[in-house]
Write a protein that binds this ligand. Structure first.
Ligand SMILES: [Zn+2]
Ligand SMILES: [Zn+2]
Length: 305
């Protein structure tokens, strides 16, 4: 990891244009009132936030029916009005848990409801081998491609669905496999994620860099730098970045390190949507590095592992 990125990985973000992945107390696994994030944004100079509370489609998942669309929308729109005069823009987003099993339900939800910005994510779905009670036994002794296959099939389907603005934490399967498969093993087999990376490129869906990975044991963003570099090489053009905070102390945490992963792969802007067409948000000059000459996708500047 570059020295700047290492430093930024241990810091709350300051003076940054956008954190596009945040959970409030309208997610079952967060306890943060929306005004707490807004106040922190004012204090730290984070100009724009997307509130992306969980939307789950399997009745066994915790966010299923946790907060209604109307309640989530009212919470965000009201906060946006309260905080706009203080210089913080707050957008209404959602993180929708995708799986092919409930593809039709996700489609129906998005046809009925309008968000400013959507993240599609694959989590450890109830029937998956990745749930904590069985993942270790299942994964031990299996070949890496076999271990990743069920996850990659779902994330590739999410990426190819065309339903979402961006795909969240593309290799979060690293977290479920922690202790069984290491990050370097996964980063050494980036080609196993290519079905998902190609699906992103083909569908024009953005790739998120999620800085919550810096808080987790292997200490790398989701996805790790080698996957971001490969996405770029394959022709990927659109990227987003978010801290995925569920606690006050995680607001914009290591977000600058996430930005740096993108800059090191050659990206200069974030893709975002404010309810209309996609817009570009410039990465701050201080993370963009030495300029376009060094930022071509083939310079291999992906940082160390
Ligand atoms: Zn998630
Ligand atoms: Zn999230």
């Amino acid at each position: 990891m570059s020295a700047e990125r290492l430093e930024a990985a241990a810091e709350p973000g300051r003076e940054l244009p956008l954190d596009s992945h945040l959970h409030t107390d309208l997610s079952p696994d967060s306890d943060v009132p929306i005004d707490v994030y807004a106040a922190l944004a004012v204090e730290r100079g984070i100009a724009e936030l997307a509130i992306t509370d969980h939307v789950d489609f399997d009745a066994r998942d915790p966010a299923y029916d946790f907060a209604s669309f109307a309640d989530r929308e009212r919470s965000v729109r009201d906060a946006a009005e309260r905080w706009a005069p203080r210089g913080v823009a707050i957008r209404f987003g959602a993180e929708l848990t995708y799986n092919r099993t409930w593809d039709a339900d996700v489609r129906a939800h998005l046809a009925r409801h309008s968000y400013d910005f959507t993240i599609g994510s694959v989590h450890d779905w109830p029937d998956s081998p990745y749930v904590p009670s069985r993942v270790r036994t299942w994964a031990t002794g299996r070949a890496l491609d076999e271990v990743l296959a069920p996850y990659v099939a779902e994330i590739a389907a999410a990426a190819g669905s065309g339903l979402f603005d961006t795909i969240g934490h593309l290799d979060v399967v690293r977290r479920y496999l922690h202790g069984t498969v290491s990050a370097p093993e996964i980063f050494g087999a980036v080609e196993l994620f290519e079905p998902a990376l190609r699906a992103l490129v083909d569908s024009g869906t953005a790739l998120e860099v999620n800085s919550s990975g810096y808080r987790h044991p292997d200490g790398e963003a989701y996805p790790g730098p080698p996957l971001v570099a490969r996405y770029r090489e394959l022709g990927g053009l659109a990227v987003t970045a978010g801290s995925d905070a569920h606690r006050k102390g995680h607001f914009a945490w290591a977000l600058e390190a996430g930005y740096r992963v993108l800059a090191e792969a050659g990206f200069t802007t974030l893709a975002f949507r404010r309810g209309g067409d996609r817009v570009a948000v410039e990465l701050p000059a201080r993370v963009r590095g030495p300029g376009p000459g060094m930022a071509s996708p083939n310079t291999g500047r992906v940082g160390s592992l």
